[in-house]
Design a protein around this ligand. Structure first.
Ligand SMILES: *Cc1c(COP(=O)(O)O)cnc(C)c1O
Length: 374
């Protein structure tokens, strides 16, 4: 059986965890956390970063940091993971769902302005499959209407928009290290703070509403409760695992891009025959090989293909279900129909994708897909 995903270990994870345990400091914000922070700050020149226990947590921190209050509106694509919306809904925000583009699951930037009202506080673009949303247009709108941009870059580590790292363009950004992502720590995430006005408070919210971090740097002579917050920081055990992955990031990304290209080239003929559609990488974006998807002609065809591949030992899976039609939001949704989000809900199919996937396995998957369409 070829699974859909398989977490990849570099081999150093358990060594570093042992080091962390032996050091006697296994709570958060220790040596490995600092190593991870330095890695991101040096490699991408992010203004400030904070490890979190998940990308969901990082997004929740964003909602606290920009003081989302009941009645505020936040624009989120409907075709995304629950957390993109939930983090803001928890603070009482009304989510305004944006439709996807015709050519891409990413939100349709050209329709964004029509969703902005006096109550809009933030736009949360999601870089689906690591491919960048057209951020220049998003940032121009944010400037014009004075609203925050929070990049859900959960899938988009080490990906670039016009040479700028994703996660580093909006006021805030978030990565995920969930075991289904490129770089993993089981559960884990990163908050990126690009707007320096938000940096000091981010650290306080991260450390349970206290100024503990600045106390340990010797900047204040006592620490206490100064603001809202929660326990958003991961333990050193998680950070140690993550650091082992970060050290091998270039190798991991190279292999994943290689797999992506094998799929793309192998299925190109089928797409030229008009039988399927392949992902389009926007010209302003790189691609970190997070996922490979195809677009089927109908829900029925996708169901049959999933079954066909499963019978041949290959697990393929569809992805998001439009959030505006979810059980949780459907009843309160007041917006328009979002046909492109529904289109990706019904037509998009993801193929097995993980570091250890072998060339002959990929070729087998491609062959079965071609056979299916013949
Ligand atoms: C994975 C993912 C998340 C959630 O990440 P966690 O680390 O599991 O909280 C959020 N948004 C998107 C787009 C994702 O792909």
């Amino acid at each position: 059986m070829i699974p859909f995903n398989k977490p990849f270990l570099t081999g150093k994870e358990t060594d570093y965890i042992v080091d962390a345990v032996n050091s006697g400091h296994i709570s958060g914000n220790g040596v490995f956390t600092k190593k991870c922070h330095n890695f991101f700050q040096e490699k991408y020149e992010f203004h400030k970063v904070l490890l979190t226990t998940s990308c969901t947590d990082a997004l929740e921190m964003c909602a606290l940091l920009i003081d989302i209050k009941p009645g505020d509106e936040v624009i989120v694509p409907s075709y995304t993971f629950v957390s993109t919306a939930l983090a803001f809904v928890r603070q009482g925000a009304k989510v305004i769902f944006a439709d996807s583009s015709v050519n891409h699951p990413n939100l349709d930037v050209d329709k964004l302005e029509s969703l902005i009202t006096k109550k809009t506080r933030a736009i949360v673009p999601v870089h689906y499959a690591s491919m960048a949303v057209d951020m220049d247009k998003v940032m121009a709108l944010a400037d014009k209407y004075n609203i925050f941009v929070i990049e859900d870059a959960a899938q988009a580590i080490n990906t670039f928009y016009k040479g700028k790292p994703l996660g580093g363009i909006g006021h805030l950004g978030a990565f995920s290290f969930h075991e289904t992502k490129n770089i993993i720590s089981g559960e884990g995430g990163l908050l990126i703070i690009n707007d320096e006005k938000l940096a000091e408070r981010a650290e306080i919210i991260w450390e349970k509403g206290t100024n503990r971090a600045s106390f340990f740097r010797g900047e204040v002579n006592k620490y206490g409760w100064v603001d809202t917050g929660s326990s958003f920081l991961p333990s050193e055990i998680t950070a140690a695992f993550l650091y082992a992955q970060l050290e091998k990031m270039d190798m991991i990304q190279r292999k994943r891009t290689y797999i992506w290209n094998l799929y793309y080239n192998g299925l190109l003929h089928l797409s030229e025959q008009g039988k399927i559609k392949l992902p389009i990488v926007p010209e302003y974006s790189t691609n970190n090989g997070h996922m490979f998807y195809i677009l089927c002609k109908s829900l029925e065809e996708r169901k049959n293909l999933i079954f066909y591949l499963k019978e041949r030992g290959i697990l393929s899976v569809f992805h998001y279900l439009s959030l505006h039609k979810s059980e949780f939001y459907n009843n309160i949704y007041e917006g328009e129909e979002l046909p492109m989000s529904d289109y990706y809900t019904d037509h998009l199919l993801r193929l097995p994708f993980y570091f250890e996937l072998k060339d002959n396995e990929i070729n087998r998957i491609i062959k079965h897909i071609i056979d299916f369409f013949d």
